[in-house]
Design a protein around this ligand. Sequence first.
Ligand code: COA
Length: 330
Amino acid sequence: MRGSRISGMGHYLPERVVTNDDLAKFIDTSNEWIVQRTGIEERRWVEGNVGASDLAFEATKEALEEAGIKASDLDMIIFATLSPDINFPGSSCILQKMLNAPGVATLDIRNQCTGFVYGLSIADQFIKTGMMNNILVVGAEVHSSGLDMSTRGRDVTVLFGDGAGAAVVSASETDSRILDSKLHADGTQYDILMVELPASRLKERITADMLDDARHYPVMDGRNVFRQAVTAMPAVVNEVLEAHGYTPQDIDLLVPHQANLRINQMVARSLKLTQDQVFNNIMRYGNTTAASIPIALHEAIQAGRVKDGDLVVLAAFGAGLTWGANLIRW
Ligand code: COA
């Protein structure tokens, strides 16, 4: 049976560590507030002109090396980000140039925090149909250049960090390690977490007045997002497990999207998972959106938390709204 598996992973975080106390120097906030509400202690932010593809490039080099292939062996680059280097073309093309892999297909996906889960599913389908053999799925974000660095934006600014994570998905002729994915969205709620500008639906995409009104910064109905995340994530985990006759007790490791430690603790409680069954690293990196799951999964592997044959579930919820889960036999 032809199937797919993750053959290599990599991740990269900028060196600059920004603590909660650092934020409190220019935003009316405190370490106590941020830790209590989110679990975040610090995050990484880039310095100078660094784009999402610069971070993705570093993560990709590591993933390719582990997979034992060259960039030119890839059939496609899938790039998930909500913070592309430029408006167009997509960051997948910029990364392809950096990798010096002309001719390799490129695909950008805009699924925010669920970007990696969607991307892995897309790669899995292209491989299972036999159309492709090696696909890079990379999630990378530079949030720091797009955040409101004043007290006005404090509910959002304290949450986000920069980073990148990458996986090479390869064909297997004997079995499939990626067992399934379940993907969902609810576009009726697109505006509860969004960045509006620049907006093609406006006659002028961006004006000085609009900038004065801070419409180029993220806006979020945090409580609403929180409430829906703690319901949708357990539901989609159960959905993907039940489709294969498993229960949450069969999970060796759940790697949830890292948006808020409290969300992940409630998800774990709702699924009756022990601490050993869940991996969190949001304390050190904040919410890196499309990069959060591949960074966390790679760190979990490096920490010996994922062994051959383990049942691994990746689950995400985020802007769109979008949510989903992948089921993997490692
Ligand atoms: N520092 C200090 N105070 C802050 C603050 C900050 N960074 N951000 C907001 N506050 C204040 C608010 O102004 C409010 O003050 P008020 O009561 O005087 O009006 C108070 O704290 C409570 O704000 P609220 O937004 O109700 O807090 P909360 O308990 O909902 O926590 C979040 C806020 C953002 C941490 C929480 O809603 C959350 O994590 N939501 C999900 C976000 C998420 O996951 N987003 C990404 C999805 S992928």
